[in-house]
Write a protein that binds this ligand. Structure first.
Ligand code: HEC
Length: 399
């Protein structure tokens, strides 16, 4: 398919992904809030006799709502029961679609980074697809193992393993792709929790009740555990989905540790809110998260990597020739780099005027963050980066 139409398909899929993700995470936030805010009915009251374990009153959009949660289940199920699953499935399907469109189909430039590891595009895709399956298999076994009975310890083990996974991914893939793949693994775990555990468990409970049997409370408990995990995954996964805007994080030498700090901060902030719904204000959690975010801010501040000394004269002609050799194939009105049909990020570098106009941006990308050329696809040398740095330092003059 023409690369333009692939990009346009990407627009539609990304839009839908965002919409479904908002619906899914919104309902996750809502139900955790609901669960934590419920208050038990007065002993001996009508509701207590019906089996209601907790209820609350809320006002929203001009109406009054009175949700009630039953301990295990009500005596009889109503005909119409609302299920929540399509938000999760749609988010996962569109997310995987995006992963394929943006990363796997362009793995040579979007996933492989010559400075990280010399692997083929096929190997990068294999790694990216394989880690989704392995992450779920390992996580699911852990939850079902005896460790699954200790929620706090399980949380620490899952976090450590996911950090190890992102570390491993950063050994083979460019930082940006390694981050997105880590996020895709978490997203896959979340959607698989809904598909393989929460919904089947609910189905068994409903079937048992419709058949006049008592539902297995274990199904409810297991579903709850996975649903709480999903809730804690939300903030980390949301950061990862926007991480590609923040090159300072994914291009850092210890990018996996930066990601671990950001995700830990997200989990702690989520935990604070989950406790707050119960009326507990545990401020030390957001305080610890703020310290972690402060460390990330300081740690990812641009520091220039040492560059070799420049031999010979530094002038505009030399800079132009480097750009002509290393950048123009992706940054001209008619790019010649395989698979690229429009100037990337709208940045043009094919005329002297364009180079001068974009000098500050290109300096940022080539010398400060070293993201360009993307994945060092055109194999720029450190000396060439040094030439650009020296030219900028001398005032980026057109001569
Ligand atoms: C293999 C193709 C490729 C090559 C070669 C390449 N770029 Fe890029 N460039 C891209 C892509 C893709 C983006 C958009 C990245 C994104 O979506 O964040 C981009 C974005 C940029 C941006 C905009 C980043 C921003 O957010 O401000 C600049 C500036 C840039 N490139 C400069 C360069 C320079 C300078 C070189 C040569 C040293 C270069 N590029 C070589 C593919 C390439």
């Amino acid at each position: 398919m023409d690369s333009y139409w692939l990009d346009f398909l990407g627009l539609l899929v990304r839009w839908l992904h965002l919409i479904a993700g908002i619906a899914w995470i919104g309902s996750s936030f809502y139900f955790i809030w609901l669960d934590r805010s419920l208050e038990p009915p007065a002993p001996g009251s009508e509701n207590a006799k019906k089996g209601v374990g907790g209820e609350l009153w809320a006002v929203h959009g001009g109406g009054f709502y009175n949700p009630q949660k039953y301990l295990v289940a009500p005596a009889a199920l109503p005909e119409k029961l609302h299920w929540f699953m399509w938000e999760a499935y749609t988010t996962w399907l569109t997310g995987t679609g995006l992963l394929i469109l943006v990363y796997w189909l362009k793995a040579g430039t979007m996933m492989v980074d010559q400075n990280v590891a010399v692997i083929s595009a096929g190997q990068a895709v294999g790694l990216g697809a394989g880690c989704l399956v392995v992450a779920w298999a390992v996580y699911d076994r852990l939850c079902k193992s005896p460790l699954g009975k200790n929620d706090a310890l399980l949380g620490v083990v899952v976090f450590t393993l996911l950090t190890a996974l992102s570390w491993a991914l950063t050994r083979f893939l460019g930082g940006r792709a390694a981050f997105i793949e880590t996020g895709a693994c978490i997203g896959t775990i979340m959607a698989a929790n809904v598909f393989f555990v929460i919904i089947p468990g609910q189905r068994r409970m409903v079937d048992a009740m419709r058949a006049g049997q008592a539902p297995n409370p274990l199904d409810g408990k297991r579903g709850k555990q996975r649903s709480v995990h999903n809730n804690y995954f939300t903030l980390p996964v949301l950061f990862i989905m926007i991480s590609h805007h923040y090159a300072a994080t994914y291009s850092h030498a210890a990018n996996w540790a930066v990601l671990a700090l950001l995700c830990a901060a997200g989990v702690l902030i989520r935990h604070f809110f989950n406790l707050r719904h119960k009326g507990i204000y545990a401020w030390h959690y957001p305080a610890a998260a703020a310290v972690m975010l402060g460390i990330v801010g300081w740690w990812t501040m641009p520091r220039l990597a040492p560059l070799p000394p420049v031999q010979g004269e530094v002038n505009f002609a030399r800079v132009r020739s480097i750009i002509g050799q290393r950048c123009v194939m992706c940054h001209s009105p008619a790019p010649t780099f395989p698979g690229i049909t429009v100037p990337q990020a709208g940045v043009l570098l094919h005329t002297p005027a364009d180079i001068l106009q974009n000098s500050q941006r290109l300096y940022q990308q080539v010398v400060v963050t070293r993201i360009m050329p993307l994945g060092n696809a055109t194999q720029i040398t450190d000396e060439e980066r040094a030439v650009i740095a020296a030219w900028m330092k001398a005032g980026a003059k057109p001569e």
